[in-house]
Design a protein around this ligand. Structure first.
Ligand SMILES: [Zn+2]
Length: 322
């Protein structure tokens, strides 16, 4: 994100276009054969390359009577996975893009920023960079998903002609992001500084927190204090989840696509889709009121019965939070 911010801020040109790419099924399709080839190309010692070759060999996946040999992919959260992914992916960042195009990446997420004083130049450079990335991806045994690739115009509203592998790329006017504090609470992951502090206290003799249960309680208490004092962003999430401890121990805490929309406020309700010119009006199709997330959760007649059931189940009102 910092790289992207700098790329956009540094742009002293009239037009700036940010394009984000999606790699199809990225981590599952990373070819082990290609990774080993890249390690050899990078002159990594034979000893280490052989060690990794051994680690990746004779791996099988079985189900019922089916038994297949694995040749690609990494389990997410594996220790070696991100490093081997970087080995495979690194050459994308070595591409020599047209002037004014910068690349930025994290794990399988990839973005380019194209800057120029003329619209045609931005369009031409962005299209060329996309085509270069597409070819390099294929060389890496990976495929881009053009339908999930999006562009964002940073400073001016005009129409663009961007194509990736023949598919027209959608250009948006707004990029919605979720605050870090909100994602941490939703996922139940305490901020890293609090986790580090917890480990430190547990490690220090006579801190009084050698017991992990006690240390955890302290971490959650501190986290709650931070959450309570958070005033800039994440107010919607905070309204729905005022109490972290209750939330992280809640048995209904499964986060699917729609639930995430509700918790983050990243709604696709018509009040928003109308604002970005995707729908003709901002009305709720069930009752005719302005269709927002707040409307759907707390007042639309469509969810009246469910709200009633939740109230009975919880033994309290659900007008303000979940
Ligand atoms: Zn409604």
């Amino acid at each position: 994100m910092e790289g992207l911010k700098h790329g956009i801020q540094d742009a002293r040109k009239k037009y700036t276009l940010l394009t984000t790419f999606d790699v199809r099924n990225a981590f599952n399709t990373a070819s082990w054969g290609l990774i080993l080839r890249r390690l050899r190309e990078k002159d990594i010692s034979t000893y280490l390359t052989n060690l990794i070759a051994s680690y990746l060999s004779e791996r099988k996946v079985g189900m019922a009577r089916l038994n297949r040999e694995l040749t690609a992919g990494f389990p997410q959260e594996s220790v070696l996975g991100p490093t081997l992914w970087n080995v495979l992916y690194d050459n994308v960042f070595e591409l020599e893009f047209p002037a004014g195009v910068q690349i930025c990446g994290y794990a399988d997420d990839l973005a380019i920023i194209a800057n120029a004083d003329r619209k045609e130049e931005v369009e031409l450079n962005a299209n060329e960079a996309m085509s270069m990335i597409s070819v390099r991806m294929m060389e890496n045994g990976l495929k881009l998903a053009p339908e999930k690739t999006e562009a964002l115009m940073a400073n001016i509203r005009i129409s663009w002609n961007l194509r990736l592998e023949g598919t027209q790329i959608a250009v948006k006017r707004k990029l919605k992001t979720v605050s870090i504090a909100a994602t941490q609470v939703i996922s139940g992951t305490p901020p890293i500084d609090l986790l580090a502090e917890k480990r430190k206290l547990m490690f220090q003799k006579r801190s009084g927190y050698e017991n992990s249960g006690k240390a955890r309680k302290r971490t959650i208490q501190k986290w709650q204090e931070e959450w309570d004092s958070h005033v800039d962003t994440a107010q919607w999430t905070k309204r729905l989840i005022p109490n972290i401890s209750q939330w992280i121990t809640c048995k209904f805490r499964n986060t699917n696509y729609f639930f995430m929309q509700a918790l983050t406020g990243h709604e696709s309700f018509t009040a928003y889709t109308h604002q970005i010119s995707k729908t003709v009006n901002d009305r709720c199709r069930y009752c005719g009121d302005t269709d927002t997330l707040e409307h759907t959760l707390f007042s639309c007649i469509r969810c009246e019965v469910r709200r009633g059931a939740a109230k009975v189940y919880l033994g309290k009102d659900t007008d303000t939070h979940v």
